[in-house]
Design a protein around this ligand. Structure first.
Ligand SMILES: [Zn+2]
Ligand SMILES: [Zn+2]
Length: 866
């Protein structure tokens, strides 16, 4: 429980500001900091313990150092106790758990038949809450987790004896609701359902969870129970609305955070342009090497240092020959955890353990790559450097990254840098991500809490409330997609109210570049609302099937599932999925209905060491083709493996330990077919459409690239099946006349639309609160279905997720921002900050930045003349 936030002492030194000052003493780093926001400290306000709170519980909480609840905790508890569902939407470490534990544990202690569920989006969080509850040693409360790791004999015990069950929406969906009869006694006594970290249930996943909760309410009603829902959320706009959409109930909101908070220094940080020797290394590593030589070294440049040259590799490669249709997708759902192609680099230029030693190096003028493009160090390399320096300085630091691979790489790079100073320090850095086995994760969490680990590079698997208070600094590698996530991650730091540091390191992409230069977009904007749409028929249908399989559906039930439930049920009957009988609709198939609520279709692929049979971890089915194909290099806990075979039928990838001196990059072909246009807008030579499309993608080959230099040393074909995604897309088409007006000749069209498509994908998250991994795109000089030059941007989820729709509704402003990003970028030929994409299946070929700008100018003259 994070309720022990102590009040900041007046006049206490601000640790975060001090650490930032030391970082900025390094002149090279100093100019990377584009903005510092000082978030002031705040004193807390307490309320008395509620009169109804169980006295034993109160005495245990007092013994744990909690003198009295903060007012927001007391208000939420009061609502819940009075039988009103409530959402507590306050900041990280504001002690939301006490808000629900007071009513829940009090009723469990008072009434032997009372039961409660606690739902967490991750097992780690459920385990953490279990520890917190058990630490209170309340003999009247029998708490237990119930998840995929729970052995069979323990499950029987949990069902029969536990009063407080900590589980997940996934387990509810797949394990508990389908066998609700075995849970009858538990469900009969169900008084409370706690939904923790509920802001995470957004997009398609959120819509699924909304229906799981409706199914739970329906089954409970059958057993005579109407549980009260208590939701805990990060700070979001309109939390009551989102909580109501999620549960289908009226929900009260408590938003005023009365907990004390230490000061925070929040720095926006743009990685530096490379120095001569770095550019030299980059030249060697980049496919651009063939196109031109870098400009001459400035005469003031110092000799190259003896340290190994950093691999500042651009995420680029000489792509395949330009085809008519080029694509930048498809995306893997569960995007935040997808293996990305974030460039890999060693922390460079810094002398670990000596922030001041780094400062001794004078800043140098940037050199320019081909086409006059100055080369920026990758966010991953920069974060690894920051981690090493902060750990060497004794600062307990958590680095958030977007991909599993980046977590491994950053931990590895920081360890390598630190090992030159002290083997002990190097041992105190680790990676943390999903895909690790439960015991590995638990060991890492314990080491983090105890302080044995000083630095951790983590995916957002650690973002959620896992109790790791005691950190001084967070480094957020790339904008995490939403402001809610950004604040959630930043809020992990801060101990003893002594001040914390948060650093957002921009990746080389349009959105991040925009944000670090527009602090008002980060700090001056209200946090976004959580978007979910329980009426998505693609989501609704399968849950109605599940519901019918659990208990026959009645007319009265349909209200619970929303206005589209009736037509959807009729459609399911027509398709033979449900059968109408006098008593209601029945599921008549022998097998269960099938839907994965994480939006990831297919079984996760297990990674097994062939020689020992040891299970190393898993990757989701959607990303398996590009990450664990035969020949792929797979990283796990700092060790590298080579994939010998990917058996798709058995969902297993067999690997062997190996240390090849190359990395692998998969190449993917993508096609798009228009199924139907649902809405459209015509403005002269431009048409804007929203509709249904079918996207086919196939991983066709992979490149081997020399580690360090990035030089392509092999290109091997793969024989993997194509995959299909039916989803929503927004697309615009232009006429030949418009292309003539924009002075784009036939040869330039593919590069123009491809570049315009990449930038549009990069900037859509500003309008749709998704992230670029949630969406994909395809551009075509002449698309067979539209008979025109066309740019598509599509949702990376079956049935769509609402992002493309936002793009359609905000078409003018979205394409204007796209055009502005391209126009404002200083590069001439295109770079990752404007038109290059880290996930281009075509190796960023062809791209024509100037033509893309002329194209968008001409489009906007029709679509958004302002
Ligand atoms: Zn592309
Ligand atoms: Zn650029």
């Amino acid at each position: 429980m994070s309720v022990q936030t102590s009040a900041p002492e007046p006049g206490a030194p601000d640790r975060g500001a001090a650490v930032l000052d030391r970082l900025r003493a390094d002149a090279r780093r100093s100019c990377c900091v584009t903005h510092v926001e000082r978030v002031p400290a705040r004193a807390g306000t307490r309320a008395p313990w509620p009169a109804w709170a169980d006295p034993v519980l109160v005495s245990r909480l007092r013994a744990a150092g909690i003198d009295a609840p903060w007012t927001h905790q007391a208000r939420a508890a009061e609502h819940a106790h009075a039988g009103r569902s409530v959402v507590l939407a306050t900041g990280t470490a504001s002690g939301k758990s006490l808000g629900y534990l007071m009513p829940v544990l009090s009723v469990l202690l008072a009434e032997p038949s009372a039961r409660a569920f606690y739902l967490a989006p991750t097992k780690a969080l459920a385990n953490d809450q279990l520890r917190a509850v058990r630490a209170l040693t309340l003999t009247g409360v029998r708490a237990a987790t119930y998840d995929g790791d729970t052995p069979g004999y323990e499950r029987d015990w949990v069902r029969a004896h536990a009063t407080f069950v900590l589980t997940s929406p996934d387990m509810l969906h797949q394990g508990i609701l389908p066998s609700h009869r075995r849970w009858a006694a538990f469900l009969r006594g169900l008084r409370y359902v706690v939904v923790d970290e509920c802001h995470g249930y957004r997009g398609v996943f959120g819509s699924h969870v909304a229906h799981v909760l409706r199914r739970l309410r329906r089954v409970c009603a059958r057993y005579g129970a109407t549980p009260v829902f208590i939701l805990a959320s990060a700070t979001v706009s309109e939390p009551a609305d989102a909580a109501s959409r999620l549960t289908g109930l009226d929900v009260q909101a408590v938003e005023e955070d009365a907990s004390p908070r230490g000061a925070m220094s929040f720095a926006l940080y743009e990685p530096p342009l490379s120095y001569p020797w770095q550019a030299h290394a980059w030249q060697a590593s980049s496919s651009f090497a063939s196109s031109s030589e870098p400009s001459a070294r400035p005469s003031s440049a110092p000799p190259a240092p003896s340290r190994p040259a950093p691999a500042v590799s651009g995420p680029l490669s000489a792509g395949p020959t330009a085809s008519e249709a080029v694509s930048s997708g498809p995306v893997a759902p569960a995007a935040a955890e997808s293996a990305s192609s974030q460039p890999v680099g060693t922390p460079a230029g810094q002398v670990p353990g000596a922030l001041t030693a780094v400062a001794a190096q004078p800043p140098e003028p940037p050199v320019h790559g081909p086409g006059g493009v100055a080369v920026r160090r990758s966010a991953t390399a920069e974060a690894a450097g920051l981690l090493a320096d902060l750990v060497a300085d004794g600062v307990r630091t958590l680095v958030f990254v977007r991909s599993r691979r980046a977590a491994e790489v950053i931990a590895q790079s920081a360890r390598r840098a630190l090992s030159e100073v002290s083997a002990d320090l190097a041992e105190r850095v680790a990676a943390y991500r999903a895909g690790y086995l439960p015991e590995e994760r638990r060991a890492l969490e314990a080491d983090l809490r105890s302080g044995r680990l000083l630095g951790v590079a983590a995916t957002n698997a650690l973002e959620l409330g896992v109790d790791i208070t005691g950190l001084d600094a967070t480094v957020i590698t790339g904008y995490p997609g939403t402001l809610a996530s950004l604040w959630q991650q930043a809020g992990r730091a801060g101990r003893d109210g002594a001040g914390a540091l948060a650093v957002l390191v921009a990746r080389d992409d349009p959105l991040d570049t925009y944000l670090v230069h527009h602090p008002e977009a980060v700090f001056g904007r209200p946090v976004e609302a959580t978007v979910l749409d329980p009426d998505n028929p693609y989501v609704l249908g399968p849950h109605l099937e599940y519901a019918a399989a659990e208990l026959p559906l009645t007319e009265a039930d349909l209200d619970l599932f929303g206005p589209l439930a009736r037509p959807t049920v009729d459609d399911l009957v027509r398709r033979g999925r449900l059968r109408r009988r006098p008593a209601g609709w029945y599921w008549t198939h022998r097998h269960r209905p099938d839907v994965d609520i994480r939006g990831v279709s297919g079984q996760p692929v297990r990674i097994v060491e062939a020689s020992t049979g040891r299970l190393l971890g898993t990757v989701d089915a959607a990303t398996s083709h590009s990450t664990v194909h035969r020949g792929a290099v797979y990283l796990h806990q700092g060790s590298s493996y080579l994939v010998i075979e990917l058996d798709l039928d058995a969902a297993v990838a067999f690997v062997e330990a190996a240390t090849p001196d190359w990395t692998t990059v998969a190449r993917e072909d993508t096609d798009i077919r228009v199924v139907e246009s649902i809405r459209s807008r015509t403005a002269g030579d431009v048409e804007l459409h929203l509709g249904t499309v079918e996207v086919s993608s196939q991983v066709v080959s992979y490149q081997r690239r020399q580690a360090g230099s990035g030089r392509v040393v092999g290109d091997d074909p793969l024989d993997l099946p194509a995959r299909h995604l039916r989803t929503r897309a927004v697309w615009y088409t232009v006429t030949e006349e418009l292309l003539v007006e924009a002075e784009i000749d036939d040869d330039a069209v593919p590069g123009a639309v491809h570049a315009a498509e990449h930038a549009a994908i990069g900037i859509l998250p500003l309008f749709a609160t998704c992230d670029r991994w949630d969406i994909g795109g395809v551009s075509s000089a002449l698309h067979p279905d539209t008979s025109r030059t066309t740019v598509f941007v599509y949702d990376g989820y079956p049935g769509g997720a609402g992002f493309a729709e936002r793009g359609f509704l905000r078409g003018g402003p979205w394409l204007r921002a796209t055009r502005d990003v391209i126009a404002a970028c200083e590069c001439t030929a295109g770079c990752p900050s404007c038109v290059q994409s880290p996930k281009c299946g075509n190796g960023n070929e062809p791209l024509d930045k100037p033509a893309a700008r002329r194209l968008l100018d001409a489009v906007l003259r029709r679509l958004d003349p302002s």
